[in-house]
Design a protein around this ligand. Sequence first.
Ligand code: NAD
Ligand code: MG
Length: 393
Amino acid sequence: MRSVSVFGATGSIGESTFDLLMRQGGAQAYRTVALTGGRNVARLAEQAKALKAEVAVIADDALLPDLKAALQGSGTVAAAGQNALLEAADRPVDWIMSGIVGAAGLAPGFRALSHGGTLALANKESLVTAGPLLMAEARAHGARILPVDSEHSAVFQALVGEEMEAVEAITITASGGAFRDWPLERLATATVAEASTHPNWAMGQRITIDSASMFNKALEIIETHEFFGIEPERIEVLVHPESLVHALVGFRDGGVIGHLGAPDMRHAIGYALNWPERNHLPVSRLNLAKIGQLSFSAPDPARYPALRLAREVMAAGGLSGAAFNASKEAALDAFIDGRIGFTKMADVVEDVLERLSRDTGLGKPATSLDMVLDADRTARRMTVEVIKDMQRT
Ligand code: NAD
Ligand code: MG
């Protein structure tokens, strides 16, 4: 029986993972070790009972009594808080889903790698903030990382049986997000509600807004660089409104292998869950005759400044990724709370990166997780300051 854990089980990725585990036999087929959630006690308890999980962890300490009550008599142990998350990651399993959103997902995933096994990585922030550390940790402990981001799963699948030396370029696609067709001048006035609807994918609110700003694609360029070890100049982004082609890998003989499929994360999650086999998955099938046409265009740099920032971050290297991601998260918080407008997010992040590289230098390689977490905290603090300054003027 395979043992599994799901971090971020109550989120969008977590629910899709839960759905697949249930469809593929549930508690009869899997020994579920740990399920974790942020604040949704009722849902976490339901999932834990359905999969007969050994432990359920809620990130918010204050919710421990509620979780205990919800799990009474179920046989699942209730736990809460940051240490409990790390302890859950310390329970060795064959397969673990890293589905927490944001830099909060880094430490649990990193800890899990030290026990070997397979880390299915939806949490792209782990690679953006600490790519080299994470990959080295996996190598040191014989652990495997499988990408779950749809584009990266697509590239991974296109590379089966191929040598990296034969790869000329990797192209990841982007839908263009909620504001792809808006006049540029209107972007500044975009509301949170408008930014929270995605044309093709149903995802958590934060990644949906990041898709509208293309901060998500910016993170994904860095994720591609860190995971596949390919130089930034050979990574391209293509706007593809239909979201049916997820990535293209170009080889030195001129051949291009693309990966197509319905925009449903259960494909990429299921691929990582069943790898190296392919099992039946409940995603809709493509009918290209009915679709008729697929369209592609180059991303407009004026509309998506985040893409340029990603290139600058990769050029600077070291702790830049951690600072970039943290500043982006803090700027996103400010947009969601109504403290700054939509287009200000990129301005703020750029300002923070400039100040930090002037003050402390960001190119220093990260040699420990603590260094990364420290750069993360500094960048968040500075982002809050920059936003306050902005509001004063
Ligand atoms: P979500 O907001 O729907 O869910 C996030 C999960 O993490 C929830 O269980 C939440 O309770 C938990 N969580 C939030 N903050 C936490 C904290 N501080 N500590 C512990 N747990 C916390 O997010 P999502 O859309 O499922 O995305 C999860 C990750 O997967 C992100 O890194 C995202 O970029 C990536 N991803 C998501 C999709 C998608 O379709 N949703 C696609 C590709 C990649
Ligand atoms: Mg993606």
